[in-house]
Design a protein around this ligand. Structure first.
Ligand code: SF4
Length: 380
């Protein structure tokens, strides 16, 4: 068996669901598209900023020969959900269920590299550079060229076996492997992801306006534009709509990796307790999730918005507490907006409360939100 076959066989034993190989040739054909996306303001700032390093493996690795791409399937359904009748809950998108996938994939790739080194009798000349998501290369593009799947109109890698519910990682190496056959698009005439995306973020050719993507919107740290607030529904992190509507994901729900199993109380948390989450609670309860990477503030802002979207009026006293005590202007401002949205009729007590809070408020951002909330209430 040659080395490639041995790696493929061992990858299965390591719990790697798909593996493919491609050359270390550059991806320069994408450069005009990446530049156009940047010029159009469609990027989010979460991308690696050096475009050439994203496209030329030899800019980040000395004399690369191949790239090994891997995919791990993640679950799409929570089998034991909390009762729907209890307190209102938020939701983390699927890619934030279980332990942070960066950790899971890093471990798998480290084991794979160890195996390759051992098999090659620890040849000191062999070199590897693994990366997941935050690395320089564009994961979906590498995975497509390595034959793991095709890139859908939603910009995600779609595998025939697991749909798009896969995490991707890749390893650049100076070992030469025969490349696998890339897959071409199988979307055909389907436009479901484009049609169902609430903010119309998808451009139709696999690219998106990242600034309009709801997943991005849930990860920003500032005041969320009112346009997007109803669209996030009760999602605290991520989105998933363009995955849920994709026919290639129909019936796909793989529970292969125990570390990816969602804990319902963590990924479907009650919303009201989120408002007063301490740093310690946040770390203990959510610290291991991929969705924790931006800290607790965006999640708390999204929890406030979710309470409005779920029309939970029982949240009003808790929101007033937030307005009075939370040290962060953006959170106070979002809470004031929420009170204005949730309070069904004019209420002198709440109006007096907001007027007092406005008189004490020192940040223009929160002052505007408090005044808007007051105007909203007095219009009832
Ligand atoms: Fe392609 Fe349709 Fe899936 Fe979008 S929803 S990625 S168009 S198959």
């Amino acid at each position: 068996m040659d080395l490639k076959m041995m790696i493929k066989a061992h990858a299965k034993e390591l719990g790697i669901d798909k593996i493919g190989f491609t050359t270390a040739d550059n991806f320069a054909a994408l450069k005009p598209s990446l530049l156009a996306q940047k010029a159009a303001g469609h990027t989010t700032g979460f991308e690696h900023q050096n475009i050439d390093e994203r496209l030329y493996p030899d800019k980040i690795f000395d004399q690369p020969q191949s790239i090994i791409a891997i995919a791990l399937a993640y679950p799409a359904k929570i089998h034991e959900r909390p009762p729907r009748t209890g307190p209102k809950r938020g939701r983390f998108a699927r890619a934030s269920w279980g332990i942070d996938y960066h950790t899971v994939l890093d471990r798998k790739m480290a084991s794979l590299i160890k195996f390759i080194k051992r098999t090659a009798e620890n040849d000191p000349n062999l070199r590897f550079k693994p990366m997941v998501d935050t690395g320089e290369l564009i994961d979906v593009v590498v995975a497509q060229r390595a034959g793991l799947g095709f890139i859908g109109k939603n910009g995600l890698l779609i595998t025939p076996e697991f749909g798009s519910y896969v995490y991707l990682g890749e390893i650049i190496t100076n070992i030469k492997f025969a490349p696998d056959e890339p897959m071409t698009s199988q979307c055909g005439d389907c436009t479901r992801c484009i049609d169902f995306c609430p903010p119309k973020a998808l451009l139709g050719d696999g690219r998106m306006n990242g600034q309009r993507c709801l997943s991005y919107q849930t990860q920003t740290k500032g005041y969320m534009d009112p346009e997007f607030r109803p669209m996030i529904r009760n999602v605290l992190y991520g989105c998933d709509i363009c995955q849920q509507v994709c026919p290639f994901n129909k019936g796909k729900d793989f529970h292969i990796h125990p570390e990816m199993e969602p804990d319902p109380e963590t990924v479907l948390p009650e919303l009201i307790p989120m408002l007063t989450l301490t740093n310690k609670d946040f770390k203990t309860r959510f610290g291991k999730l991929a969705g924790a990477w931006r800290g607790k503030k965006p999640l708390q802002r999204n929890a406030i918005i979710a309470l409005v979207n779920l029309h939970d009026r029982s949240a009003i006293p808790h929101l007033l507490e937030v307005i009075e005590h939370d040290p962060r202007p953006m959170i106070r401002a979002t809470a004031a907006w929420a009170v204005g949205e949730l309070q069904p009729s004019s209420n002198p007590e709440i109006e007096t409360f907001l007027k007092t809070a406005l008189a004490k408020e020192t940040t223009p951002e929160a002052q505007v939100a408090f005044q808007d909330a007051l105007d909203h209430l007095t219009q009832h």
